[in-house]
Design a protein around this ligand. Structure first.
Ligand code: SF4
Ligand code: SF4
Length: 300
């Protein structure tokens, strides 16, 4: 069933008009083909996430219940994580950074692609839910539920961390810049669906939580430190507050540059709906680095 699901997603990625940049930026695809990983709903790693992500992070059975689904045993649930890799054109053109007097902005094509990606990702989650329902199973997506929120108590985290879920499915590991390094790199987006479909669990083949990052394995690289204009990455890790503040600065400037093009997103923070925002990303730390489009520690 994993292969059939992947095939379905590959077609949806290829066919959807939502996976397209606006004509002003060439009209090409935003994401290439997806990867998927699967973890069982009763995997003990989800209890660990309440410690390492935050106490309000949901386990799969908790999120399943919040999504209004029929009660099932945790072991009956599967969580499918989907990797959305950016296309080469966006990565190649990411070198066209915009230097303004007091701020460095990412290339326009990346910011617009990052903004358009949100609608496409929601579409894919809904398509995936329909796919499972049509073959007789139940399915729900944590991020589409109203209990999905950003929590800002002490630090920033979400109640359903797609990076941690992707790690649990064996799709990749964490890194110095905190992105997930998969076999197709870290310049990706992630989303997930919970289902009771009989999907095969994929192995967590990585030995350590940071084993795909050159800094943690060999003490080398640190390119992401040099790339970050906000000094948000050091050898001690990633400062989420500095990163968030820099992202806000970029969003303000990009809204002025591309106001007529950008699409709004609604978010919850600490459970409360916020006014629409126009997220455009940052990701200097993901472009032109050894982990951008591959696992730099892989010998394959
Ligand atoms: S750029 Fe280098 S140090 Fe930074 S996350 Fe990637 S592999 Fe690790
Ligand atoms: S997203 Fe931007 S601000 Fe945040 S760590 Fe990466 S380069 Fe720095």
């Amino acid at each position: 069933m994993n292969e059939q699901l992947l095939h379905f997603l590959e077609n949806a990625f290829a066919d959807s008009e939502l996976n397209r940049l606006p004509e002003k930026f060439g009209g090409g695809r935003i994401f290439t083909s997806p990867l998927i990983g699967v973890v069982a709903g009763d995997d003990p790693i989800f209890l660990k996430f309440k410690e390492v992500v935050g106490p309000e992070h949901f386990t799969p059975p908790e999120m399943w219940k919040e999504c209004g689904q029929e009660e099932l045993l945790a072991e009956q649930l599967r969580i499918v994580s989907i990797v959305f890799p950016y296309v080469k054109k966006i990565r190649d053109e990411s070198k066209n950074i915009i230097q303004l007097p007091r701020v460095t902005l990412p290339a326009d094509i990346y910011s617009v692609g990052r903004n358009y990606a949100n609608e496409f990702m929601v579409y894919i989650l809904k398509q995936c839910i329909s796919y499972f329902q049509e073959i007789g199973f139940m399915a729900a997506a944590g991020v589409l539920n109203e209990v999905y929120t950003i929590v800002t108590k002490g630090t920033f985290y979400s109640t359903w961390s797609e990076r941690h879920i992707a790690f649990a499915t064996g799709l990749g590991t964490f890194s110095l810049h905190e992105g997930l390094i998969t076999e197709v790199g870290c310049n990706i987006r992630l989303a997930s669906v919970i289902t009771n479909a009989s999907l095969e669990i994929t192995p967590r083949k990585y030995k350590e939580p940071y084993s795909n990052c050159l800094y943690f394995t060999e003490g080398t690289c640190k390119t992401c430190i040099e790339k970050c204009p906000a000094n948000a990455i050091t050898e001690n890790g990633h400062d989420k507050t500095k990163c968030y503040n820099y992202g806000q600065k970029i969003a303000r400037k990009m809204k002025i540059r591309h106001e007529s093009l950008l699409k709004p997103t609604i978010r919850r923070v600490n459970g409360k709906l916020r006014p629409p925002v126009y997220p455009v990303g940052c990701a200097f730390c993901q472009f032109g680095v050894p982990c951008m489009d591959k696992n730099p520690t892989s010998n394959e």
